[in-house]
Design a protein around this ligand. Structure first.
Ligand SMILES: C[S@@+](CC[C@H](N)C(=O)[O-])C[C@H]1O[C@@H](n2cnc3c(N)ncnc32)[C@H](O)[C@@H]1O
Length: 248
């Protein structure tokens, strides 16, 4: 008998054993991650909450105690949010929701563009909205409203907004599926969602890991919300500026 034919059954048996071993290891690994609907749970990393969505660990919410960082003088040159807001191509009568508005760094810039419309500044922390309201009232910016969200609901009326923007905020949503469902419901048909997120693909963007996102991940998660990717604008120094649409 040829030498190979004598060892072939042993090779086949070994291969089958390996396949069985690896598939049972895979099952064990899956079973080790508890799930709840679209979410999985792991032990939290230093800047994450231990909750997974499409394989991404959701980031800690930036507390209002650190709000000063959002208004740091270097931010204008680091992020060039003036260019981002310019890229939105807002019409003066648009209604735009700034979700995760913080103390209003972006809301105040949006307000200049929608003189006949309005900005709805939404945040889950009442303390952030209180800081925003002080500045809004000081500068008499009458076209900015504030709305307190919950972790899972932006609390916006159905088909009431032309655009929702999230600057450096989406990665913190503890319930991204539910938040996005609420945002999509609040959009008028044909309305847009725009995300600015620090580029995870670039190690030179020196932001904590879970506070950055890759384009691939953003597209996956917003497709799950029923949104259609339109374009990614590359003009910003450190962030992806990604446009999505709710089809009419
Ligand atoms: C890093 S800050 C960015 C603030 C603002 N967009 C800016 O660029 O200055 C993220 C904000 O998102 C808010 N946030 C986190 N989860 C939220 C949720 N589920 N609904 C609304 N706001 C949320 C936080 O409270 C925080 O103010």
């Amino acid at each position: 008998m040829h030498k190979f034919s004598s060892i072939a059954p042993a090779i086949i048996r070994l291969t089958l054993c390996c396949l069985l071993l690896f598939s049972s290891l895979g099952c064990a690994a899956n079973a080790a991650i508890p799930t709840d609907g679209p979410y999985g749970y792991i032990s939290p990393s230093s800047d994450g909450i231990g909750k997974l969505y499409y394989g991404r660990e959701i980031a800690n919410v930036m507390g209002y105690q650190g709000a000063n960082w959002l208004a740091r003088p270097s931010r204008a040159t680091e992020e060039r949010s003036d260019m981002a807001v310019d890229a939105l191509m807002l019409k003066s009568d648009d209604v735009v929701a700034d979700i995760g508005a913080g103390l209003g760094y972006i809301s105040f810039q949006l307000a200049d563009w929608v003189a006949d419309g309005k900005v709805i500044a939404v945040d889950v922390q009442p303390e952030m909205l209180a800081l925003l309201e002080v500045e809004r009232d000081r500068y008499h910016l009458n076209n900015i409203e504030t709305v307190l969200s919950t972790e899972s609901d932006p609390n916006l009326p159905t088909e009431s907004i032309d655009m929702a923007v999230m600057f450096d905020a989406y990665h913190e949503f503890a319930y991204p599926a539910e938040m996005m469902a609420g945002i999509v419901r609040a959009l008028k048909p044909g309305g847009q969602v725009v995300l600015a997120e620090y580029r995870a693909e670039n190690p030179l963007v020196l932001i904590k890991k879970h506070h950055k996102m890759s384009q691939k991940q953003v597209k996956k998660e917003l497709a799950a919300a029923g949104l259609t990717w339109v374009k990614t604008d590359d003009r910003l120094p450190q962030q992806h500026l990604m446009f999505f649409e709710k089809l009419a």
